[in-house]
Write a protein that binds this ligand. Structure first.
Ligand SMILES: C[S@@+](CC[C@H](N)C(=O)[O-])C[C@H]1O[C@@H](n2cnc3c(N)ncnc32)[C@H](O)[C@@H]1O
Length: 339
């Protein structure tokens, strides 16, 4: 068995929405050969565009997400047998483990001590042997480590907090990645979407920003920590590092003005936005930052808008119960003088 890109547990991922996205583009006869996925998250939407043969700009502010894009979606060369050599060594009993930053920081909370020892020791070994690997080989190995780390964690699927029960030991096995041939070229960015938008021009822009006050970096701080491997100090009960530089403006009170500025600067023929209505959520942090009315008003100022409502299984991060959850797709055919 191998890891597929879509095997990841990620809040707001659009794997289940892919058929709706692509059927809407087809129904509306949208032509494109270049695409920008500005809030790419897992990268599953980019992956589909690349498989179709489009050239894709893939962007997200989280550092760990870049690792996955370079591993699965880049056009960089790699040698599979080199990757397998490292994976086999890490999975074998010959691989030595010892106390390390990861085990000292996260044992007994997010991970069983034995799992934490192995994760930290592999990450350290990878860092020390980076020079022997081509960049994509390093990213593939790190991606496998990050996916496996998520699987053995004592969590509900994200790292906002750990479960109260003592972390059980979980079988730890690094799987290789299932890397599909891509028919398009990718360009990978790690920028604030509102900065990147100034420098790019594509036929289609897919925009899937965070919907509420829940910061993605809080959900995935351990993967960020492991991806960067700067061994930062962590704080508080939930052991998070300083995250000030990766907080999203889209999860703050001024989200609307950031969205409005993003749309007005987009140099494109078509914009496709997905957005979830979570306004009726019981917890205020789960309520939407941008209303349906504002979303429509902003997009209508840019072009002709088609709105499609999709009933969609809501990824329930906490206790929020939403009976009438809807996912919306807004397709905006940009007026010629606004492109
Ligand atoms: C709803 S998720 C996208 C999910 C994605 N479409 C998928 O299918 O996995 C929103 C993403 O936006 C990213 N993000 C938040 N603020 C951003 C910003 N200012 N610029 C770029 N990415 C941002 C988050 O890290 C998160 O991955």
């Amino acid at each position: 068995m191998k890891y597929k890109l879509a095997n990841r547990r990620y809040i707001g991922n659009k794997t289940a929405l892919l058929p709706e996205i692509f059927s809407l583009l087809e129904q509306e006869n949208i032509h494109y050969t270049t695409v920008a996925d500005l809030f790419a998250g897992t990268g599953v939407v980019s992956e589909r565009f690349l498989q179709e043969g489009s050239d894709v700009i893939i962007n997200d502010i989280l550092c760990a997400n870049q690792i996955f894009y370079y591993a699965w979606l880049s056009n960089l060369p790699y040698n599979e047998s080199v990757v397998m050599q490292f994976l086999n060594y890490y999975n074998s009993d010959c691989f030595p483990v010892y106390e390390n930053y990861f085990s000292n920081t996260f044992s007994g909370t997010y991970f069983h001590h034995k799992n934490a020892l192995k994760i930290g020791a592999i990450r350290e070994h990878l860092e020390n042997h980076k020079q022997e690997l081509r960049p994509r080989e390093f990213y593939i190995l790190l991606a496998s480590l990050l996916y496996t780390t998520d699987r053995v964690a004592n969590t509900v699927g994200h790292f906002e907090s750990f479960l109260r029960k003592k972390p059980p030991y979980k079988e730890f096995f690094l799987k290789p990645l299932q890397i599909q041939p891509l028919n398009g070229q990718s360009r990978i960015y790690h920028q604030d979407a509102n900065q990147l938008i100034k420098d790019i021009k594509t036929d289609l822009m897919y925009i899937d920003p965070p919907y509420n006050a829940r910061q993605y970096v809080n959900f995935y701080h351990i993967l960020e920590n492991l991806a960067e491997w700067k061994c930062p100090k962590v704080f508080g009960k939930t052991l998070k590092m300083d995250r000030a530089n990766r907080m999203s403006e889209y999860s703050k009170s001024h989200a609307l003005s950031f969205f409005s500025s993003l749309i007005s600067q987009a140099q494109t023929k078509t914009i496709l936005v997905s957005y979830s209505n979570t306004y009726d959520a019981k917890s205020s942090s789960s309520n939407n930052k941008i209303s349906e009315e504002d979303m429509e008003r902003i997009l209508r100022s840019k072009g002709e808008v088609i709105k499609k409502e999709v009933p969609y299984r809501f990824f329930n991060a906490g206790k929020t119960a939403l009976k009438h959850h809807k996912e919306y797709l807004y397709l905006c055919k940009v007026f010629v003088n606004n492109m």
